[in-house]
Design a protein around this ligand. Structure first.
Ligand SMILES: Cc1cc2nc3c(=O)[nH]c(=O)nc-3n(C[C@H](O)[C@H](O)[C@H](O)COP(=O)(O)OP(=O)(O)OC[C@H]3O[C@@H](n4cnc5c(N)ncnc54)[C@H](O)[C@@H]3O)c2cc1C
Length: 293
């Protein structure tokens, strides 16, 4: 059906900013833009009825880095860069908790635990604890990491050692996203679902945005489409990667924290009487990089 004159005037045209993607980054961009410019028309266009990316499907770990993950990062970054990145992750979590509130996030301060199944990688990581604790002492807190040699831990029998992190925790991903959406809507941000942006073009007086639901016009455009970024900006070198989260049937378990293994590529946590297991993006990195659902 054609778009009417009224629909064009009131919805598609005269936007101060359009944000593409209603994930956590799009919502965050909308929140901060509206807070700084209360009189602006801030519009989010999302192709799915909800968010269709990682923000509503992730594992809900409020984490910032296990020792083996940080050590692995040193292969591609300097120590200062790893510290700065980790600090930004930690500050981001604090910011999210301040913005949405611990209750709305269903935040649990349950701690994070890296589990080791072979002694040599445990000893290697254990020997690096002092270095990382010193790095994070003033920006995160005292003694972030501490190690224990164990043969039985929270119901796990084949573990040889663990490194605990008392500053990590867990959230309820669904509650986070619902509360965040409600927060930005309460400020007067407009969120349109089912609008798939196909292309955009910069024109003299702003940007024209072509979608399956008509042509929009805006002064400013923000693209927060994460793994799908290359579809709109082919110039970017962004590769989607396989990642998954599965949740068990109800079962008996003794898990009580959030857990990482294998340089952070595999993780698990309890959810009520179930266990969530996630990650695996290090498997098949060259074959599983499609952005098709
Ligand atoms: C399986 C999995 C588990 C994870 N677990 C954790 C965890 O435990 N802790 C943690 O901190 N992080 C975790 N992450 C990472 C975290 O979820 C992401 O970094 C974060 O959600 C990214 O948010 P985003 O807004 O950038 O992207 P997304 O949430 O992916 O949002 C992008 C949005 O853009 C929309 N979009 C795309 N193209 C278009 C278009 N052309 N037009 C309109 N809309 C479009 C999509 O539908 C989507 O809603 C996990 C990620 C995955 C995949």
């Amino acid at each position: 059906m054609n778009t009417s004159f009224w629909e064009r005037e009131s919805f598609l045209l005269n936007c101060d900013v359009i944000i593409i993607g209603a994930g956590i980054v799009g919502l965050s961009a909308a929140y901060h833009w509206k807070k700084k410019n209360p009189g602006h028309r801030v519009v989010i266009l999302e192709r799915n009825w909800l968010s269709d990316g990682a923000s509503s499907k992730n594992a809900g770990f409020a984490c910032f880095g296990s020792i083996s993950e940080l050590e692995d990062d040193l292969q591609s970054m300097s120590e200062n860069e790893v510290v700065s990145l980790t600090n930004r992750r930690f500050q981001g979590l604090l910011e999210l908790r301040k913005l949405i509130g611990n209750e709305n996030l269903e935040f649990q301060s349950c701690g994070g635990v890296e589990v080791f199944f072979d002694s040599s990688s445990f000893q290697k990581c254990q020997s690096q604890i002092d270095k990382w604790n010193l790095n994070f002492n003033t920006i995160i807190g005292p003694n972030v990491y501490s190690a224990k040699s164990v043969s039985y831990y929270h119901g796990m029998q084949e573990v040889v050692g663990v490194i605990e992190n008392s500053f990590e925790g867990a959230i309820h991903t669904g509650s986070m996203l619902r509360s965040f959406r409600n927060l930005v809507l309460s400020l007067g941000v407009e969120l349109y679902s089912g609008v798939h942006v196909l292309s955009f073009e910069e024109v003299n007086s702003g940007v024209e945005v072509v979608s399956n639901e008509g042509q929009w016009k805006t002064e400013n455009l923000i693209i927060t489409t994460n793994a799908f970024a290359c579809e709109l900006l082919p110039i970017l070198d962004v590769q989607p990667k396989r990642n998954q989260v599965i949740v068990s049937k109800p079962m008996r378990h003794e898990l009580k924290a959030t857990y990482h293994a294998e340089k952070g590529y595999i993780y698990f946590r309890p959810i009520q009487d179930r266990i969530l297991i996630g990650g695996m993006r290090h498997l098949f990195p060259h074959t599983e990089n499609t952005s098709e659902r």
